[in-house]
Design a binder for this molecule. Structure first.
Ligand SMILES: C[S@@+](CC[C@H](N)C(=O)[O-])C[C@H]1O[C@@H](n2cnc3c(N)ncnc32)[C@H](O)[C@@H]1O
Length: 299
């Protein structure tokens, strides 16, 4: 084969693979509401345009989450969160604490070792049942953070919303509820995956060549503004589990709009590093968890 025919051959391949299907790619992105973009960048995560809801109310998904909590990643995440939350909690063991959207109540269980009055609620029946079984002395309630909550106004010294802000469909209403439930000077502690770095903006990838060469996955950051413009902000972590993308500015705005004052902002770090967990990078191994502390002002 001459050099010229090799070049022609590649030109032909280029035409077939890239040029001809371009209108099809554009059609795909326009129809998905994403607008024409380069395909490799936007092929993951799978964005869905269904009505958002709390997916943990589905038993299969709740069970998947319970499995995550039991996994190495889940255990490390819990250790990090606890390590940073504990010093920010009231020193007095008589303080009343609400673990909002508590999941299976692992945090409530840890807090009950120090505090006499720990209350917990979540809208997932499967997760609440798991909590009740594991910690029978704690009162777990099935309730929606944005609905009517079965607590008294100003009942709590501290409300914790741990890793659940990105699952709340109606954040303004939930934060309004938490505000009412807190005593003046009470604290709201919110932890979350940093929206600037974590999925769906950030994704750990090493590709198949990297897998063969046993390279470490690299963090790829995709354009943040694209995700903030999602039609209904819903994205999928995997085939089933769905969460909602809130830009960090919107999380904070929704909280302070209820009357809270931001009093602390912290990146959470772990010593469990990538050397030990070489090829299984997860967000909890990196300083991309955030803790935000808010105060309800005195009357
Ligand atoms: C990522 S899990 C975190 C659970 C727990 N806080 C933890 O640290 O393990 C998110 C939780 O938010 C709960 N959730 C989502 N929307 C909710 C809502 N509107 N009201 C109450 N719980 C909600 C889910 O059922 C799920 O348990």
């Amino acid at each position: 084969m001459s050099l010229q025919s090799i070049i022609l051959h590649f030109d032909f391949l280029f035409l077939i693979l890239y040029i001809l299907p371009t209108p099809l790619y554009s059609l795909f992105f326009i129809s998905s509401g994403a607008g024409p973009r380069s395909t490799w960048l936007y092929s993951t995560p799978s964005l869905c345009y269904t009505t958002p809801m709390n997916y943990y109310e589905n038993e299969v998904i709740a069970t998947q989450f319970l499995d995550f909590l039991k996994s190495t990643n889940g255990t490390i995440q819990q250790e990090i969160l606890l390590k940073y939350l504990l010093p920010r909690l009231p020193i007095n063991g008589d303080a009343t604490i609400l673990d909002a959207a508590c999941g299976n109540g692992w945090l409530s269980g840890a807090l009950a070792l120090k505090y006499h009055d720990v209350q917990a609620f979540d809208s997932s029946p499967t997760l609440i049942k798991a909590g009740q079984q594991k910690f029978p002395d704690i009162t777990f309630i099935i309730a929606n953070a944005s609905g009517e909550l079965p607590y008294r106004p100003e009942q709590f010294d501290c409300v914790i919303l741990n890793m659940a802000a990105h699952d709340l469909e109606n954040q303004p209403k939930a934060f309004e509820n938490f505000y009412k439930l807190l005593k003046p000077e009470g604290k709201l502690l919110v932890t979350m995956a940093n929206p600037y770095y974590s999925y769906p903006v950030g994704i750990w990838k090493r590709g198949w060549i990297g897998a063969i060469l046993r390279r470490k996955p690299q963090l790829k950051i995709r354009p943040y503004n694209w995700f903030r413009n999602l039609a209904n902000r819903s994205f999928q972590w995997n085939k089933k589990m769905t969460s909602l993308f809130y830009p960090l500015s919107e999380h904070v705005t929704n909280i302070i709009s209820s009357g809270f004052i931001l009093t602390a902002y912290q990146d959470l770090q772990t010593e469990n590093d990538s050397q030990k967990f070489n090829a299984t990078y997860q967000l909890n191994r990196f300083p991309i968890l955030l803790l935000l502390e808010f105060k309800k002002p005195s009357k």
